[in-house]
Design a protein around this ligand. Structure first.
Ligand code: SF4
Ligand code: SF4
Length: 215
């Protein structure tokens, strides 16, 4: 796909803001490609990690934030340790995800990733440890995959891998305090599980997909 790079995009504040907010010097990237060569998820990405770095340098904020790459990145840090310019690319990907979430520009096919992250974190905030049944139930309900992995449940129960009731961690107050303080640091207002508009669109997409399969 071709992009039109104008004088305005080149003068955009995107790179400057990113460098200020997450402290990583994208401007130091000289496109050696070592990050992309080592990335285990690159075959699934729409833009390779080095391409994302270049797009940030060129001020292509809309394209970067709406890319699948930033949501597929598994934060494995391979790119970060390989970069000869010592750029923490994984940290940049994390920053881009937060920015995309704030601006509500998550690609529809990837809405399940932030949804899972949010439910996981809410789970830890509530119980101080993972309550698997809550996580699975909530995720299946909100993602529209109501019976996903349902057949595995009996085996997991029998092997005591999941339990019906949650167990609270002893130091739950301290854990909740961490969440409270990190929320204040991020100046976050009410932290939703996922923007209702995206949830609705995703459920609608699944519904249409199921109907098409029946045809
Ligand atoms: S941190 Fe993300 S971009 Fe970097 S190598 Fe791992 S999956 Fe790829
Ligand atoms: S490894 Fe570092 S310098 Fe090389 S392309 Fe990736 S980000 Fe740029």
């Amino acid at each position: 796909m071709k992009w039109f790079i104008s004088h305005d995009t080149l003068r955009s504040l995107f790179q400057e803001t990113l460098e200020k907010d997450c402290g990583e010097k994208v401007s130091h990237c000289y496109q050696c490609g070592k990050c992309s060569a080592g990335c285990p998820i690159s075959f699934q990405m729409d833009y390779l990690p080095n391409q994302i770095m270049r797009m940030v340098q060129l001020g292509m904020e809309d394209q970067v934030l709406s890319s699948r790459t930033i949501w597929l990145c598994a934060s494995c840090l391979t790119c970060t340790v390989r970069c000869p310019r010592e750029i923490d690319i994984a940290e940049i990907m994390d920053y881009l995800r937060r920015r995309a979430y704030k601006k509500q520009v998550i690609p529809l096919e990837e809405t399940e990733i932030p949804l899972f992250n949010k439910i996981f974190l809410r789970n830890i905030e509530l119980f101080g440890r993972l309550y698997e049944m809550g996580l699975i139930g909530m995720f299946n309900l909100l993602s529209g995959e109501f019976f996903k992995d349902f057949s595995c449940a009996p085996k997991m129960f029998l092997k005591r891998k999941i339990g019906i009731f949650p167990h609270r961690a002893k130091n739950i107050r301290e854990i909740r305090d961490i969440f409270k303080r990190s929320g204040k640091l991020a100046h976050s207002k009410k932290d939703r599980l996922l923007h209702p508009k995206l949830l609705f669109l995703n459920l609608f997409r699944k519904f249409i997909g199921k109907i098409e399969k029946l045809k």
